[in-house]
Design a protein around this ligand. Structure first.
Ligand code: FAD
Length: 415
């Protein structure tokens, strides 16, 4: 399935690339374009006031108190100068005019370009509780600052309700516990991550919270969260109530594409782009906001994937395509990791929760294992708990179609 599609236009020094979204993907694209030799103009527009930074540390080292948040900065003053990028920070893009080749900003300015990249990512999903304005989420540096200041004012041992036991909720709970607070994770499903990793894999992970003395409650139907003088009351549909000094919601993310309504681009659960990340010859979308055509071992499907490594891969692939006219050769294999409850979960591929799964090494009791997902006998994903080497040794199973049968004979994870 090698792809060598020739672009009709390749970037020239007279071109001006306008990137909307000064987050991880947007910044990686600036770096990749310069590294690949683009010497035209680049403008990077972002609604946050901070220079581009990395988000994963926010729920890991930064929340744990091990890193100052500035350490997550990617676009240091030196890197900004070297890359000759024009940064427009603290201003939101409100429209893209694809006929006039301009982006309109909320302050009324219009930025003209020859090429446009939509890298506006996602925002934290909020839940319709009475105390919504007081409830914290963790998506960006402003959220981190607010959480830091509020935690500083809390006494050690305070109870903190973490609504949502997914990746962010589990990471947040882990760090809060390490700082002496008492997180209580409230998950609506029968088990955390069951909708992502499927019933078996999620069952192997369920004990992780208890192993580090974090309380995890499943099947929690919350009717409301109310703030009062003493903190918060989390109210349940069955009439029960939980008191907490702070409430944090980790309930997933929503793509930021509303600003493109009326632009003429196809918006359907994300900005729809082709396998070269293009919505038009000169308009691309990358990272969390992109719903891209993904050739994979099962064929081709439209997906939107919220992984750091996917945003990075998009930035590299788009820069290469616009600089050389060559599409990606070979299959992109999505990767993510999550550090939770003192363990590292890693996954390759984009398996579905109802894919077949077989554990091929380790066990939940040992605290490490590796499992293979398959559909119709073809390997679709690999997931591990604390077995990073086995995962990487097995990556080729997803780079070209492999049957489960052959994989079990080969057993590359044992190498
Ligand atoms: P972002 O980095 O979100 O950047 C988008 C930027 O666009 C933001 O600054 C946003 O404010 C801005 N923007 C939005 N709308 C507009 C507009 N109209 N005008 C101007 N600017 C706008 N992934 C993993 O694989 N592993 C992890 O362990 C992991 N941990 C994470 C922990 C946290 C706390 C978070 C929040 C994410 C984590 N991720 C992790 C996900 C990873 O960070 C994202 O996949 C990655 O940041 C996506 O990059 P992006 O450029 O698409 O979006």
């Amino acid at each position: 399935m090698a792809r060598h599609v020739r672009a009709l236009t390749v970037l020239h020094a007279t071109d001006h690339v306008v990137i909307v979204g000064a987050g991880f993907g947007g910044w990686r694209l600036v770096e990749a374009l310069r590294r690949d030799g683009f010497d035209g103009e680049i403008t990077l527009i972002g609604d946050e006031s901070y220079a581009p930074y990395d988000r994963p540390p926010l729920s890991k080292h930064v929340l744990a108190g091990k890193w100052e948040v500035e350490r997550a900065t990617l676009a240091t003053p030196e890197r900004i100068e070297e890359s000759h990028v024009q940064l427009r920070l603290g201003v939101r893009a409100v429209a893209l005019d694809i006929e006039a080749n301009t982006v309109k900003l909320e302050d009324g300015a219009r930025i003209e370009g020859t090429h446009f990249v939509i890298a506006t990512g996602t925002r934290a999903r909020r839940l319709p509780f009475s105390a919504d304005a007081e409830i914290l989420t963790l998506r960006n540096r402003d959220d981190e600052l607010r959480m830091r200041l509020e935690l500083e004012a809390l006494a050690p041992g305070s109870a903190i309700a973490v609504i949502g036991g997914g990746f962010i909720g589990a990471e947040v709970a882990t760090q809060l516990k390490s700082r002496g607070f008492v997180p209580i994770v409230l998950e609506v499903a029968t088990r955390p991550l069951i909708g992502v990793l499927g019933p078996e894999v999620s069952s192997w992970l369920e004990r992780l919270a208890a192993d580090v003395q974090i309380e995890l409650r499943n099947e929690q139907r919350i009717s409301d969260v109310v703030a009062d003088d003493e903190g918060y009351a989390v109210r349940f549909e069955d009439g029960g109530e939980l008191r907490a000094s702070m409430v944090i919601v980790g309930a997933g993310a929503l793509p930021n594409f509303e600003w493109l309504e009326g632009s003429g681009l196809t918006l359907d659960g994300g900005v729809v782009v082709d396998e070269n990340l293009l919505a038009r010859e000169n308009i691309a979308a990358i990272g969390d906001v992109a719903r891209f055509s993904w050739p994979n071992v099962m064929g081709e499907e439209l997906v939107r994937i919220e992984h750091w490594e996917v945003a990075n891969g998009h930035a590299q692939a788009l820069a290469h395509y616009w600089m050389t006219g060559e599409g990606a050769a070979g299959l992109m294999v999505p990767y993510f990791w999550s550090d939770q409850y003192g363990k590292k979960i890693q996954m390759l591929g984009h398996a579905r929760p109802d894919d077949d799964v077989v554990r091929v090494s380790g066990s939940p009791e040992e605290g490490k294992w590796l499992a293979i997902y398959s559909r119709g006998g073809v390997v679709t994903g690999i997931v591990t708990l604390s077995q990073p080497r086995g995962l990487m040794m097995s990556k080729h199973l997803l780079e070209s179609p492999s049957t489960l049968e052959a994989a079990l004979v080969d057993a590359p994870w044992t190498g």
